[in-house]
Design a protein around this ligand. Sequence first.
Ligand code: NAD
Length: 246
Amino acid sequence: MNIENKVVIVTGGTRGIGFEIVRTFLKNNARVILFGSKAETVNKALEDLQKEGYEIEGYYPNLNNFEEVNNVIKQIYSKYGKIDVLINNAGVSSNAKIEDLTSEDFANIMNINVNAMFNVTKAVVPFMKEKKSGVILNTSSIVSIYGQPSGSPYPASKFAVNGLTKSLARELAKDNIRVNAVAPGIINTDMVAKLPKEMIIPLINTIPLGRIGEPVDVANAFLFLASDMASYITGVILPVDGAAKN
Ligand code: NAD
């Protein structure tokens, strides 16, 4: 995939899909820096990957604080002299009904799923522009296409992710920066384990490939989009969902 020695930042890299993205890029000899929400989970992820023999570092800036994010990004750039790939993967979900949701709940989901993505992207773009090269990949969701019957702030946030992706792809194309998103279906992670069985089982029954996805299914799509094999692909929301419709 020609990703060797590329400097790759992955937010939400401590578990689930993000952890598998980190591992997949490490396997392909990229230089990976993972972000998580706190020291404890970042250190645990680093330890696990180091035990597997990988060289990896991690940070836990508050993604909603632009200055904090910007300082860490500057630190990474001064260490490596480039940032080739940013993967905005951190996210939180919801399955609450509108009557049980507050505007604070709505804001919390938008803050991590959209504002944090904006902050990290804004911090990285000047360095990519300087090199006239870069790839920004965002984790969307199939709910960004279909919506879902509860937890409305979550699909709302993922529709916004698609908006950022398509708009920045057009804005940054002249700087040779590609911007794409991967839209996973139901993937076997903690986020899905927390959802009620009554919600998941009927969904699995509608998946033509007959199974929920594994994090590595999604990680491989990120690897392809980050690689030079996707050199003419930008502004795309790529479903990785076993042809599910919900
Ligand atoms: P997960 O809950 O296992 O992991 C979420 C990651 O986001 C963790 O690494 C966590 O540290 C990070 N994160 C959460 N809140 C954060 C915060 N406030 N600050 C910094 N980091 C924070 O979830 P997952 O299933 O691996 O989801 C990863 C991405 O994939 C999310 O964007 C999610 O919306 C998306 N997604 C997941 C599924 C699925 O079925 N699992 C489907 C579609 C999209």
